[in-house]
Write a protein that binds this ligand. Structure first.
Ligand SMILES: [Zn+2]
Length: 332
């Protein structure tokens, strides 16, 4: 074959590539032109048959064409990735799957668990279906106690099997099982027979903490309230403490946080008080300790309960407690 014919053939290969590139995929183009038995290699084979001097010029042309096709195929490949034809494109990396977020209550619970774990608290769970004894009786609320009015619940079997009204039922069970020193937290759903509105629901979430040891006082409880509330809601959280009655503790107190929705001016969420009651606690009543078999002359302890829903609402700016029970994924 003469060098002129070869040059002609080289031009034809280039022309054929130009004609095919709009119809063939880059894989097919690669095989047809740059593959082992591709057209460019065929040209190289023909050149190898030429004499030493004749080779130079066609070799240069074929190399140019090879470079051109290589670059062009690469650009086709890149642009096809940009167009995301990923259903056909075997070279694309696998798309990362979309994951959901943690529910605000779960996120807050885990956050609090982390805090309390750091201070030596274990994490316990307990049943949502409770007996009257662990839910009321042991926590200082016998059958004729007026506090039962405030904690009306749903009975599975009257009068003794019910849905727990507070996570203190876990406290009752654990105090009975363990010997001091005792330190634990627990979180879970609690139930009340209440009309649902923006800030109350018949299902909500409690976070309960218990510490029983020698020389435990209200000062320990106040410290842990202050530290944990600021940990979860931010260092600028304004907290006030006031005395409050709870049947299972003596004395009892309640930390309120300044309403962040109205900055203390009063709004629907804080019931126009400017403050939100977020937790309650106090010294575990000696009667409760004695019922659990703990000597109240040697040991004392504090217990506290948080409303997790209100914490999540404050933390994530959720203005209606009912949103925590629907499928909205816009928070967290
Ligand atoms: Zn408010």
């Amino acid at each position: 074959m003469s060098t002129t014919d070869l040059q002609k053939e080289i031009s034809l290969v280039k022309q054929s590539y130009e004609d095919n590139k709009s119809t063939l995929g880059y894989n097919e183009l690669f095989i047809k032109y740059l593959g082992k038995k591709g057209q460019v290699n065929k040209l190289f084979n023909k050149i190898s048959l030429l004499g030493k001097d004749e080779k130079l010029s066609p070799l240069k042309s074929v190399n140019e064409i090879k470079d051109f096709i290589e670059t062009d195929i690469k650009s086709i490949k890149t642009s096809s990735i940009d167009e995301s034809k990923d259903d056909q494109n075997m070279y694309l990396p696998v798309k990362a799957s979309e994951t959901g977020n943690l529910h605000p209550i779960t996120a807050v619970t885990r956050n609090l668990n982390q805090f309390f774990h750091y201070y030596g608290f274990s994490v316990y769970d307990g049943p949502e279906i409770e007996t009257d004894y662990y839910n009321f009786e042991m926590m200082g609320v016998p059958a004729d106690h007026p506090a039962r009015e405030l904690q009306d619940t749903f009975y599975l079997r009257e009068p003794d099997i019910l849905l727990r009204t507070q996570a203190s039922s876990i406290e009752a069970r654990e105090l009975e099982k363990q010997n001091p020193p005792i330190r634990f937290v627990s979180a879970g759903k609690v139930f009340r027979n209440e009309t649902t509105n923006k800030s109350n629901a018949s299902i909500f979430h409690h976070y309960q903490g218990v510490c029983v040891d020698k020389d435990i006082t209200m000062a320990n409880l106040k410290w842990i309230f202050d530290k944990s509330l600021k940990y979860i809601l931010g260092p600028d959280t304004v907290i006030r403490f006031r005395a409050k009655y709870y049947p299972e503790v003596e004395p009892g107190m309640s930390p309120d946080i300044k309403c962040t929705f109205c900055n203390g001016k009063g709004c629907e969420i804080c019931k126009f008080r400017g403050w939100i009651e977020i937790a309650g606690g106090g010294m575990i009543h000696p009667n409760t300790l004695e019922k659990a078999g703990i000597d109240s002359k040697i040991y004392s302890g504090f217990a506290f309960g948080w409303g997790l829903d209100r914490i999540a609402m404050t933390k994530y700016d959720i203005r209606d407690i009912r949103l925590l029970f629907n499928g909205s994924i816009v928070y967290v």
